[in-house]
Design a binder for this molecule. Structure first.
Ligand code: NAD
Length: 243
């Protein structure tokens, strides 16, 4: 208990799936959490379940003005922001030959530009907090490649690179930046994906991860226990990328 006592953490895409699991784990360990998402009713329900140390605010991660409002509101309610989990993400499936430019751009907009805007938005508040930790949720699609999801792979590789660049820029302010690379996690993103189901049968730990297993990793990275970790990739994939 209390591994992140006193920290104020913003989570994007926190209304369900992994983001909601991160919120539950961080609140249980003492943080105040701002759950954000475009899914308003689901997000409100997660925050209500978590009580006084949780707040829901609507946020489309592609909207820079909205980011500023969220950071200001988080700071006013709970104090300067010391943690950010850039978790919101989407996937679009099509072979390159049939992939519409608009669909490719949409994925980059949410998964890549959204992460940039988040890191930019929290910087001032994290300086006021005296330092902080940013966790960018990439994927094993940011380490290896998968067919038919070009935008997803491009954006997740970009997140991995942006994480390292930001770690270099933010280190002097005591702000750590790391990327997390899950394999198949049992959420709504994967439950209808045939590829995800077949992937798990072909890996050393032949099952999907529970969102809570990724939450343990995020908790570590947000906490001061990870004080010397920055600019690194943290893989939790049941061994899939050993192949
Ligand atoms: P999910 O679809 O359950 O959750 C994603 C959340 O992001 C949703 O609540 C959605 O409303 C929100 N979102 C989408 N667009 C948004 C926007 N423009 N602004 C704000 N919020 C937005 O999926 P998940 O599995 O929990 O995925 C969480 C993250 O983990 C994603 O970045 C995903 O790419 C990554 N990931 C997932 C898996 C997996 O197997 N599930 C594996 C590797 C990486």
């Amino acid at each position: 208990m209390g591994r992140v006592n006193g920290k104020t953490v913003i989570i994007t895409g926190g209304a369900r799936g992994m983001g909601a699991a991160f919120a539950r784990r961080l609140v249980a360990e003492g943080a105040a959490v701002v759950v954000t998402d475009v899914l308003v009713e689901e997000g409100k329900a997660v925050a209500a379940e978590l009580g006084e140390r949780a707040l829901f605010l609507p946020l489309d991660v592609t909207d820079e003005n909205a980011w500023q409002g969220v950071v200001a509101a988080a700071e006013e309610q709970f104090g300067p922001v010391s943690g950010l989990v850039n978790n919101a993400g989407i996937v679009h499936v099509d072979p390159i030959e049939r992939l519409a430019e608009a669909d490719f751009r949409k994925v980059l907009d949410v998964n890549q530009i959204g992460v940039f805007l988040g890191m930019k938005a929290v910087l001032g508040s994290m300086r006021r907090a005296g330092g902080g930790s940013i966790v960018n949720i990439s994927s094993i699609g940011g380490i290896i490649a998968f067919s038919n999801i070009l935008g997803y792979v491009a954006s997740k590789w970009a997140v991995r690179g942006m994480t390292k660049a930001a770690a270099q820029e933010f280190g002097a302010d005591g702000i750590r930046v790391n990327s997390v690379h899950p394999g198949v996690v049992a959420t709504e993103m994967t439950d209808t994906s045939e590829r995800s189901h077949s992937m798990v049968g072909d890996q050393p730990l032949a099952r999907a991860a529970a969102p809570e297993e990724l939450a343990n990793l995020v908790l570590f990275l947000i906490s001061d226990e990870a004080g010397y970790c920055t600019g690194s990739e943290f893989v939790a994939d049941g061994g899939y990328t050993t192949k």
